[in-house]
Design a protein around this ligand. Structure first.
Ligand code: NAP
Length: 482
């Protein structure tokens, strides 16, 4: 039996697990136990990174024995059945008070189920969303742990030691109980989808509207990255656009097949939003835009469908680029506002005490949507924790008011030019819907009452009403159904 000497263990030595283990090993005071189903991968990691001083095991029993108590193990294996298999093995060798952390991309409802099952054994189970990809895992990710307060006591200092640092603060907080961490990680990914789609639409509009080359547009993004749009995604967009293909000498973006992939977290965000009744239209359009791009047969069949009959030209390229920048900022505010609405609704549904300002804070570093702008979100929630919609906070109201004329011009231009802008357009529609005094939902209620006697409420009286629509009545009769 191995001697208990490691204070933390990592299971799963693929790219994420090995990088996270190396990150842990690089921090003062940590000795890291590692284990992987296939032992050759564990051996390869040990020989490649001798400086990490890993305590390697080739059986789950030895792995457990190599950990000091309370034993703490982070699972970084294939989400789904792989995670369930490892949890089952660990619950056999761990004891009450020990901690199992799932750092994979689990669906939050799976985490709720797993936490409940593991808790019955007396072992703590923590679902932790980890964002930042392989580089984040190695150098400092943004970490969103759920689970019990008891587990957080042991785990908190360890996770703080490996998380990204933003403005002096580690990008990790105890999000809430059971599945709260993976829920918030899911929303992070949904927002990431929207952010990426909006940036892609901005690029497309500028390219097709002004004829600028990808390299020239890269310079525009670099410039934008110095202002309110400053973020990791804007920064890498400039790099992607500047990249030249070694084989053809063309801009790389022109030789990449235009079909976007997805691993499912965006779809989860939208599916969950539908269940919660939260309109996350920006995120949904981003997910659907990837789906549309990945339908080559339909796209080929539709490629001869007519576009606008009159030609669209941009008179002032600089002014158009500035309009697009403003439209991007306003749409981005909407995407985040919608994402936080889903967090609020999820917290209510699952009884999580999620501090929205703290979530924005831990997204400032390490993760894919890291951005300056997140400070504004923290400030908005610090000022008013009960904020009903992020976009109604004074800073964001000002920002959207300033941008809205440009935003409208861009959406009109996109429609006139026949350039798809689903995220820009839907975000603007959402904004106009939210601020409308009166919506045509009144008519929808009338239709529902007509065909299904679904009833409606009146603006001038309490109660629920139904109109007797049929027969030869000329007079419309409202009936209080109570
Ligand atoms: P992966 O390709 O998702 O999974 C490979 C690892 O899972 C290997 O260690 C493999 O062991 C193990 N595994 C698979 N099925 C298993 C089973 N039934 N029992 C035991 N072990 C099993 O690895 P990854 O790309 O490093 O990702 C790990 C986790 O992090 C995943 O949940 C993934 O979704 C998440 N992830 C997150 C990010 C992020 O940015 N946060 C990025 C990428 C991945 P063998 O070597 O024995 O096959």
């Amino acid at each position: 039996m191995a001697q208990a000497q490691a204070n933390i263990g990592v299971i799963g030595m693929a790219v994420m697990g090995s990088n996270l283990a190396r990150n842990l090993a690089s921090r003062e005071g940590n000795t890291v136990a590692i284990y992987n189903r296939s032992a050759e991968k564990t051996r390869a990691v040990v020989s490649e990174f001798p400086e990490a001083g890993f305590v390697a095991s080739e059986s789950i029993e030895d792995f457990a024995a190599s950990l000091t108590k309370p034993r703490t193990a982070i699972i970084m294996v294939k989400a789904g059945a792989g995670t369930d298999a490892v949890i089952e093995q660990l619950t056999e060798v761990f004891e009450p008070g020990d901690i199992i952390v799932d750092g994979g991309n689990a669906l939050f409802t799976d985490t709720i189920r797993r936490e409940k099952a593991v808790r019955e054994t007396g072992i703590n189970f923590v679902g932790a969303g980890i964002s930042g990809g392989e580089e984040g895992a190695l150098k400092g990710p943004s970490i969103m742990p759920g689970g019990s307060a008891e587990a957080w006591e042991t785990l908190g200092p360890i996770l703080k030691s490996i998380a990204a640092i933003a403005e002096g603060e580690p990008c990790v907080t105890h999000v809430g109980t059971d599945g709260a961490g993976h829920f918030v990680k899911m929303i992070h990914n949904g927002i990431e989808y929207a952010d990426m789609q909006l940036i892609a639409e901005a690029y497309d509009l500028i390219r097709r509207g002004t004829g600028k080359s990808p390299a020239e547009i890269a310079d525009i993004f670099t410039e934008w990255n110095k202002g309110e749009l400053e973020s990791y995604l804007i920064e890498i967009t400039a790099e992607v656009l500047r990249q030249v293909d070694a084989k053809t000498g063309q801009p790389l973006v022109d030789v990449i097949v235009d079909q976007a992939g997805a691993k499912g977290t965006g779809a989860w965000t939208v599916q969950t939003a539908l269940d919660l009744g939260i309109p996350v239209s920006g995120i949904a359009e981003a997910v659907f835009a990837r789906s549309l791009s990945s339908k080559p047969a339909q796209r080929a069949a539709a490629s001869d469908l007519p576009g606008p009959s009159s030609e669209w030209t941009v008179d002032d390229a600089d002014a158009f680029v500035e309009d697009v920048r403003q439209a991007l900022y306003a749409s981005k505010i909407i995407a985040y506002s919608q994402g936080f609405d889903e967090i609020v609704a999820g917290a209510e549904q699952y009884d999580w005490d999620i501090k929205k300002g703290d979530i924005a804070k831990i997204w400032r570093g390490g993760c894919i949507i890291r951005a300056q702008f997140l400070n504004r979100i923290t400030e908005a929630y610090d000022e008013n924790p009960g904020l009903v919609a992020l976009v109604t906070a004074p800073y964001f109201t000002d920002a959207v008011s300033q941008a809205q004329d440009a935003w409208r011009r861009v959406v009109v231009a996109a429609a006139q030019a026949g350039i798809p802008s689903p995220a820009f357009s839907s975000s603007l529609s959402y904004y106009d819907g939210l601020r409308a005094d009166r919506l045509p939902a009144a008519l929808v209620q009338g239709q529902r009452d007509f065909f299904g006697a679904h009833t409606y409420r009146r603006v001038d009286a309490e109660g629920t009403f139904h109109t007797l629509w049929s027969g030869d009545r000329t007079e419309i009769e409202a009936v209080d159904t109570h």
